[in-house]
Design a protein around this ligand. Structure first.
Ligand SMILES: Cc1cc2nc3c(=O)[nH]c(=O)nc-3n(C[C@H](O)[C@H](O)[C@H](O)COP(=O)(O)O)c2cc1C
Length: 451
């Protein structure tokens, strides 16, 4: 049975529904706190609003940004968020999620320099300041698809995920391959720095390679089994990137703290917790990132968008029917993030996934900051629908209800179809033609389109 769709006409109705479901979502009376600056590790973010990483599948064949990529990020820079957390950028060819996923190499470094300079310039011109640009470094692992054909590189056999992708033992990556990858993250950090990014995110979330390793309980060898082994590559990748850190270039991470799978196939659960989050290990990890590895800020997220999409981004329309009401998903996310923040208060934590709440996403984000559940919020799908959301909140006090994301899932369809991605509803002229192409393709190969 599907949950009822978003139909709430006031914040009171939203709160009433949450109460009926037995959850309390944090809402502030106004959005003032979101316009306040946040200083961390010598960097001052001018407000508490950021753009979440959103892959666009619109690179040129060599992995450099296209006009579509630039258009998207320039619009976001004009929109006033203090942080633009860039989409997943592959660090190796074989780990690309599609033929049109961004890939940063020595050969296309110059194009990236121009790209970041134009984005900063657009921010300065529109708002008198450049947004803080974070490159998300990724290896797609199980979801590697460099020629638009699945070429999975997995950490271990996962019974629940392999219903979507055929995978046999030959695609389990070797320890040697993983060892070699550690330094690739270091090389990516140097390239990101030279390309003009302000920071690099060593990404470990959403079922990609590093995140999958975090739940590789059943893997043998030095990257599987114990907590130390499962976090080995992640930590060594961070160490390799840290070599290039200085006052103008930081290392951060987008970390998945729960996948939506029971032990031994998910991170953020324990042997006896079933699919209910047990955040002991994520808390330990965030503490170690801060106290042992010198990471000062992170973004936290949950779920696997290919399989437990509703955990990552609660939605009204998507690839499958969800019984769970999206408010339960929102609560799981923000309460989970809040639990980590409470346990590691010295870490600056940016939260994720406010978009389902449409025009109330702003008061929700402000409430989350006011209640100490996080220090700021990254907006994902909302930024596709309305890249100006931050300026609306900061200058008008509220988000424009006519421009909000409807969580229709069409941007997700575009990315899985490897088409330039954006909001089909609010940016129709640009993205409806790509959506029509997707509809044509999916008629001929519907079964493969789960992503
Ligand atoms: C089309 C699309 C592309 C995405 N690409 C990325 C990505 O490259 N990296 C990442 O960490 N998350 C990615 N996400 C997840 C978002 O960053 C975000 O966590 C999610 O949409 C929930 O936030 P929201 O509710 O504000 O949309 C993507 C989501 C969508 C819909």
């Amino acid at each position: 049975m599907a949950h009822e769709k978003f139909h709430y006409k006031s914040l009171e109705e939203v709160q009433e529904k949450a109460k009926e479901l037995g959850v309390v979502l944090p809402f502030a009376k106004d959005t003032g706190i979101l316009a306040t600056p946040l200083t961390v590790d010598g960097v001052t973010f001018s407000n508490r609003l950021g753009i979440a990483p959103m892959e666009g599948a619109d690179s040129l064949p060599d992995g450099s940004p296209s006009d579509y990529t630039l258009r998207r990020y320039v619009n976001e820079a004009i929109g006033g968020s203090s942080i633009i957390w860039f989409e997943a950028i592959s660090i190796v060819e074989e780990g690309r999620s599609s033929k049109t996923q961004l890939l940063l190499t020595k050969d296309n470094l110059e194009q990236y320099k121009v790209f970041t300079a134009k984005i900063k310039e657009a921010g300065i011109k529109a708002n008198g300041r450049a947004p803080y640009l974070i490159m998300q470094a990724n290896h797609s692992g199980r979801y590697s698809n460099p020629d638009n054909k699945p070429a999975p590189m997995i950490a271990y056999r996962h019974p629940e995920l392999e219903q979507y992708r055929d995978a046999d033992d030959s695609c389990i990556v070797s320890d040697d391959y993983l060892k070699n990858l550690e330094e690739k993250f270091g090389e990516a950090a140097l390239l990101a720095k030279e390309a003009g990014f302000d920071a690099i995110d060593i990404k470990s979330c959403h079922g990609y390679l590093l995140a999958e390793l975090s739940s590789a309980y059943t893997r043998k060898g030095i990257y599987g089994g114990s907590y130390e082994n499962r976090t080995r590559l992640y930590k060594n990748a961070i160490r390799a990137a840290k070599v290039y850190e200085d006052e103008n270039f930081k290392v951060t991470s987008r970390l998945g703290i729960y996948d939506g799978y029971a032990y031994p196939y998910g991170f953020g659960v324990s042997e006896n917790s079933g699919t209910t989050p047990d955040l002991s290990e994520p808390i330990r990890l965030v503490k170690e990132l801060n106290q042992e590895m010198g990471i000062q800020f992170v973004n936290l997220t949950m779920g696997n968008p290919y399989a437990t999409t509703h955990v990552t981004r609660p939605f009204d329309m998507g690839k499958y029917e969800v019984e769970e009401h999206p408010f339960i998903g929102l609560s799981r996310m923000i309460r989970g993030i809040g639990e980590v923040k409470k346990a590691v208060p010295e870490m600056t934590i940016l939260a994720s996934a406010p978009t389902y709440l449409r025009q109330y996403a702003d008061l929700y984000s402000a409430g989350a900051v006011e209640q100490g559940l996080c220090d700021g919020m990254l907006f994902g799908r909302m930024a596709f629908a309305d890249p100006d959301f931050a300026n609306e909140i900061i200058k008008e006090g509220r988000i424009n209800p006519k421009r909000v994301c409807m969580t229709c899932g069409k941007c997700g369809d575009l990315i899985r179809a490897h088409k330039p991605t954006g909001c089909v509803i609010r940016d129709t002229k640009t993205f409806l033609p790509f959506y029509r192409e997707f509809q044509e393709i999916s008629k001929s190969q519907p079964a493969n389109f789960r992503g």
